[in-house]
Design a binder for this molecule. Structure first.
Ligand code: ATP
Ligand code: MG
Length: 250
């Protein structure tokens, strides 16, 4: 897709930047998204640019939540659409989740462009265009969701979500799964399952666990959910940030 030499030591990071840039050019990623990307990159660098054992446990707990859910929804913003459109579709297929476009800086045009982009990558139904319900406690534009999508969901995956909205969704009683490289971010701190990992690795990892757990009983899934400790996951990530990869004693 772009001319990045595969043997470049920062190949993945360069590829990621190019995808975000292309997203901006295509009208699916906002310029704010560029800033979010830069912040994510810095954390990924400090975390060692790999999925930690702790983040892997979080991904498994997330998969168990998805499989137990009555109505799981994957929320997609401009960065998610630019970085992992196919992976979103695969996770939706593996778990029966809905896909809904949900933007911090919502414009009809961008919602439409993202929905189209996801369909180009295999999505069948993409929600978020109806916007006939509101998340209580948020200002008008940021509150918009679909009544038969996020509004109705019991489990919501909100990757790279802003802290305010993550908090408001939690107050609606939804089980929130957050993918965010910053363990200090409010979004990560309000999540039932914070996955502190790059979305490029985290999303396919949740899908892998969901496929692996496809035959598990509800009791087995509930056990995985129960055993997961969000505060411990955040502590693990924070320790790793401070002390580096060697400190994680697992
Ligand atoms: P708040 O504390 O309100 O949550 P924030 O600083 O998290 O604020 P944003 O900059 O909007 O607000 O959030 C973007 C978040 O997404 C950052 O925490 C960043 O680390 C994270 N992020 C960016 N790119 C990725 C990525 N590829 N994978 C995972 N997380 C990412
Ligand atoms: Mg955040």
């Amino acid at each position: 897709e772009v001319d990045v030499p595969a043997d470049h030591p920062r190949y993945q990071s360069l590829l990621t930047r190019h995808r975000i840039e292309a997203g901006v050019e295509k009208g699916i990623t906002s310029t704010q998204g560029l800033i979010a990307e830069g912040r994510g990159e810095a954390f990924d660098y400090l975390l060692g640019e790999e999925t930690t054992p702790s983040a892997d446990r979080a991904a498994r707990a997330a998969a168990a939540h998805f499989l137990l859910a009555a109505h799981p929804v994957i929320s997609v913003n401009g960065n998610v659409a630019a970085l992992v459109p196919e992976e979103v579709v695969e996770l939706a297929e593996a778990t029966g989740a809905d896909i809904e476009v949900n933007l911090f800086g919502r414009t009809e045009e961008r919602v439409r462009a993202i929905a189209e982009h996801l369909r180009e990558h295999g999505a069948e139904e993409v929600k978020g265009l109806t916007a006939d319900a509101r998340i209580p406690g948020l200002s008008h534009e940021r509150a918009k969701v679909d009544a038969d999508g996020i509004y109705d969901a019991d489990v919501v995956l909100v990757p790279l979500e802003d802290g305010d909205r993550a908090e408001a969704l939690g107050e609606m009683g939804k089980t929130e799964i957050v993918i965010d490289l910053n363990p200090l971010s409010r979004s990560a701190r309000v999540a039932a399952v914070p996955i502190v990992d790059n979305i490029l690795r985290a999303l396919p990892n949740v899908t892998r666990h969901a496929r692996d757990l496809a035959g598990a009983s509800d009791a087995e899934l509930a056990e995985i959910v129960e055993a997961f400790d969000p505060a411990a996951a955040l502590d693990d990530a924070e320790r790793r940030l401070r002390e580096g990869a060697v400190a994680e004693d697992e």
